[in-house]
Write a protein that binds this ligand. Structure first.
Ligand SMILES: NC(=O)c1ccc[n+]([C@@H]2O[C@H](COP(=O)([O-])OP(=O)(O)OC[C@H]3O[C@@H](n4cnc5c(N)ncnc54)[C@H](OP(=O)(O)O)[C@@H]3O)[C@@H](O)[C@H]2O)c1
Length: 317
């Protein structure tokens, strides 16, 4: 019965993605799920200077992990590390500066990470943005495509040896419920041509993340690496204020706080309960379907075409 009611709430979207959805489900969470000591385990969190990434890093540090914050601004990284140090006693936090929209920055970041942390327990692919202006990266890609799709694809490959040494280890992809509206279209996902629609490009790329997560789950399984994607619901973060200002003004009373949004990210990155789950999509610690809207079912060929595209652009895989 509870599962049926939750499925109904999922269909209403607002009753699921807003703080109401989290408040209704949270009492069912097992508090023992995150009763875990991550001392000696290194977890990399991208986009950790703000919003969900910062909240995730703070919680993982409180569980004892060595957390590596990745961001593109030295000042913001220092402020984030300071924030965590103030709130978490004996926090083990390190910072790495990289513009994840640049392929070379991703490669250099991976080299530094493997040098400093030979064994990696988890990588949280969280960095993201939504913009109404098309911008090209140094490599000629559209910026949000490079950040949401090429960066996690490339980093996952380049960190594979570290994840293997850290096994059992995990990839966590922070996608969005917006992906439900899209059938992957590689042209629209790359967003390089025609009128720029930032919301559509974002949703396409979030769909691509869910597909890549499934493919990495298959391809890294022999290394002892799991891969799961999730969506955090609607969360009050600086990214929503700047990326969707009208939505933020309208929905502010109903948005989740950062701790609620980060809960399933932390759970997927750290909980023994999901140590063996892989290739799934989650909201509020429950598996969710990935294809709900008519016309959004993906064939094997659709998925492999995305992998091939990423392989061509990055030279990996
Ligand atoms: N908030 C929500 O309701 C919601 C819903 C669904 C999904 N999400 C997803 O959750 C993730 C976090 O979003 P948020 O809401 O917490 O937004 P946020 O507060 O803007 O945080 C985004 C983080 O990503 C970093 N970032 C962006 N581009 C980067 C780049 N090229 N290189 C390195 N770091 C970069 C940002 O750094 P700077 O500060 O330097 O820009 C920031 O630390 C995103 O993937 C977003 O799509 C959020």
């Amino acid at each position: 019965m509870a599962g049926f009611l939750d499925s109904l709430a999922e269909l209403t979207v607002v009753g699921s993605y807003s703080r109401l959805g989290f408040a209704r489900r949270q009492p069912g969470f097992d508090p023992g799920d995150l009763d875990v000591d991550l001392c000696g385990r290194t977890i990399v969190v991208t986009g950790a200077t703000s919003g969900l990434g910062l909240g995730t890093a703070r919680r993982l540090a409180s569980l004892g992990a060595t957390v590596v914050l990745v961001g593109r601004s030295a000042d913001k990284l220092a402020a984030a590390a300071d924030d965590i140090a103030k709130q978490v006693k004996d926090a083990r936090v390190q910072t790495e500066r990289a513009d994840l929209a640049s392929l070379d920055d991703n490669r250099a970041l991976a080299d530094r990470l493997l040098q400093a942390h030979p064994a990696i327990a988890a990588v949280v692919h969280n960095a993201g943005l939504l913009t109404d202006q098309r911008q090209r990266t140094v490599d000629g890609h559209e910026r949000t495509f490079a950040t949401h799709v090429l960066s996690p694809y490339l980093l996952s490959h380049r960190l594979r040896a570290g994840l293997r040494r850290g096994a059992p280890s995990r990839l966590v992809w922070v996608s969005s419920g917006g992906m439900y509206s899209q059938h992957l279209d590689l042209r629209r996902c790359q967003a390089l041509e025609g009128r720029y629609d930032g919301v559509e490009a974002y949703a396409q790329q979030k769909r691509a993340q869910v597909i890549l997560s499934e493919l990495f789950a298959e391809r890294f399984t022999d290394d002892g690496v799991t891969s799961n994607a999730m969506h955090p619901g609607w969360v009050d973060t600086p990214g929503v204020v700047t990326g969707l200002p009208a939505f933020h003004r309208l929905m502010k009373p109903w948005l989740r706080d950062v701790d609620a949004g980060a809960d399933t990210i932390v759970w997927l990155a750290a909980s023994p309960t999901v140590q063996h789950d892989t290739g799934a999509f989650w909201l509020d610690r429950q598996r969710r379907r990935t294809e709900v809207v008519p016309g959004t079912r993906h064939s094997r060929a659709d998925k492999e075409a995305l992998w091939d595209l990423c392989a061509r652009h990055t030279g990996e895989g």
